[in-house]
Every structure is written in C-alpha cells, then in structure tokens.
Design a protein around this ligand. Structure first.
Ligand code: ADP
Ligand code: ZN
Length: 285
C-alpha cells in the first residue's frame, strides 16, 4: 500500500494507491491551519499500513536534502503555512520513506506515466488556478535546480488594453499576477466563472498564457504541454492559446508537433482532476 498526498492551498487530497496508479480510497480535507489539516491527514492514514508515502505540495518548498528546512513550505503568503515543516510533521507519525516534490512536478510525472503524456520522457504540466505553477519532466527526470523552477512567475509583455496593475505580492505583473484566477477576478470585477460570455476576458487570458508557453517551448522544448487548474475548465481557451502560440513562434521551431499538430500538443490533463494525487503516488514509484 502506498500513500499519496496532493497538498494544495485550498485542499489536501489524500489517497491510498497501488503500483499501477490506481487510487483505492481517497479523502479531501480543507487546508485551514497546519495543526487542523495535518490532524485529519494523520487520522486518514492511521492504521492503513502504508509502506511509503508520496507528497506533491504547493510551494515554494524546500527540496534540498542537505538543508535544515528540508520538507517545509518556505515563503508562502498563505497564513500559518510559511516555514511549516510538512514532511517533518508527517515523519513523526509515519516513519517510512517519504518522497516530496512540488504539486506540479508530481502532476507532470503522473501525466507522463498514466495520462496525456503517457510514454513520453518530456512534458510540462501547467496549472492555472489560484496561482500559476509549472512542473517539468525532461529526459525522463523532473526538473530541479537550486530549489525547483518557478515558471508561474516569469515576466510577460503586457496586453495593450490591460489596465490592471497585477496581483502578485512579489512581482506585481508577472504571469501569475496577470493571469491567475484571482487576477481575472480583480481585473474584471467578477469571478472567472461569471465571465464566460465575455470574449475579451479570454482573449487577454490566452494572450498571457500563450506568451508563457511559447517561452517554455523555446527554453525546454517539451514534448507535450498540459494545462490544468480551475481556470482551464474554460475549454474554449485551448484553441485561443494554440493559435497565439503558433503566431508567437512564427514557424521558427521546426517540428511537426508544433507546425501541424497543435491540437494534440497543447492539451488538457489526461488524468483530469486526479493528476496531482496520482502524480504523488508516481513520485514514490
Ligand atoms: P487551487 O488553485 O486553489 O488548487 P483551482 O485550480 O480550482 O484551485 O483554482 C481556483 C481558481 O480557478 C479560482 O480563482 C476560480 O475563480 C477559478 N475557477 C474555478 N473553476 C472555474 C471555472 N469553471 N471557470 C473559470 N475559472 C474557474
Ligand atoms: Zn510573481
């Protein structure tokens, strides 16, 4: 039995799975304070005889095994969670091997094993939700460096009609600052879900996401680009994004997948809402 946790800023999804990626049991716990949330997480796994645990977490997180803060959430603006040592706390209750990575790296891995990038040794997983996060698998490995990539916070060219200053507490109008769910809401004064019929909203959203994706393609040359998260429930964004990525790249990247097969290149998650949890399971395997 393998335990898996998708630790999100809104909710923790915990599951028990097996080596073929099947989730046999799962539970969703709201993310409130670390004490409250972890208590319920521990209760769920108690007595389930898990031998290993995979954790994909919202970040930024400390992934350096040499660091004293290994396993913690670092500089999150989320109240109560800054510098909370998630893995340290879990280890106290479950003295078993625990594999830890970002939620989006876990999702990228899950998608490459069981989802939209199945069989590929390279893909990107982008979530567009409360924040924007990107996980990358390249040459069969999840990308890490000093810490982990933070591709949601890259700079983008501003849309000429955009008067919104941007909402990232660190960078103002970085990608997350102008294109996350809360940025859409702040710019247009309504929740994204209530703006479905306003074409201007989605053209501007696609304008920003397409720039980021074109940059990621130029830097990492991923074999598949997967877009998930709450905002991407607006499926009509996909054709808008594909069109703008094609325009930005302007035929420069010479590969059939980009020149002719954009419809199967920039795609929704094959695992749907399960990408994060199944990916956390995959981290262990
Ligand atoms: P989180 O990022 O907190 O894990 P989500 O991926 O669901 O959670 O992202 C939440 C954000 O996505 C909110 O800003 C919300 O407005 C937006 N969102 C959720 N559902 C939809 C939808 N169907 N259409 C457009 N935006 C949505
Ligand atoms: Zn930022």
């Amino acid at each position: 039995m393998i335990g898996a946790i998708e630790a999100g800023g809104t909710k923790f999804v915990c599951g028990i799975g097996n080596e073929t990626g099947d989730i046999l049991e799962r539970v969703t716990i709201p993310t409130t304070t670390p004490e409250e949330t972890l208590k319920q997480v521990v209760e769920f796994f108690d007595g389930k005889k898990i031998e290993r645990l995979g954790v994909g977490s919202f970040g930024p997180i400390d992934l350096d095994p040499e660091s004293r803060g290994y396993g913690s959430i670092t500089s999150t603006p989320k109240p109560h969670w800054s510098h909370f040592n998630l893995i340290g706390e879990l280890k106290k209750h479950f003295p078993i091997p625990i594999t830890f990575d970002t939620d989006v790296n876990a999702a990228a891995l899950g998608e490459s094993v069981w989802g939209a990038a199945k069989g590929l040794d390279s893909c990107l997983y982008i979530t567009v939700g409360t924040g924007i996060g990107v996980g990358a698998l390249t040459e069969g490995k999840l990308v890490h460096g000093l810490t982990h990539p933070e591709m949601g916070h890259i700079m983008v060219r501003r849309h000429p009609d955009d008067t919104y200053a941007g909402g990232c507490p660190y960078h103002g109008d970085c990608l997350e600052g102008v294109a996350s769910g809360p940025a859409i809401e702040a710019r247009w004064g309504k929740k994204a879900i209530e703006l479905v019929d306003n074409n201007q909203v989605w053209k501007m959203e696609a304008y920003y996401l397409a720039q980021a994706i074109a940059n990621y393609i130029l830097i990492l040359s991923p074999k598949k680009v997967i877009l998930g998260g709450g905002v991407m429930n607006q499926m009509h964004l996909f054709p808008l994004i594909r069109e703008q990525v094609t325009t930005i790249l302007a035929g420069y990247v010479h590969h059939k997948q980009i020149l002719e097969e954009m419809d199967t290149y920039i795609v929704p998650p094959g695992l749907g809402n399960n990408a994060g949890l199944v990916g956390a399971l995959g981290l262990v395997l």
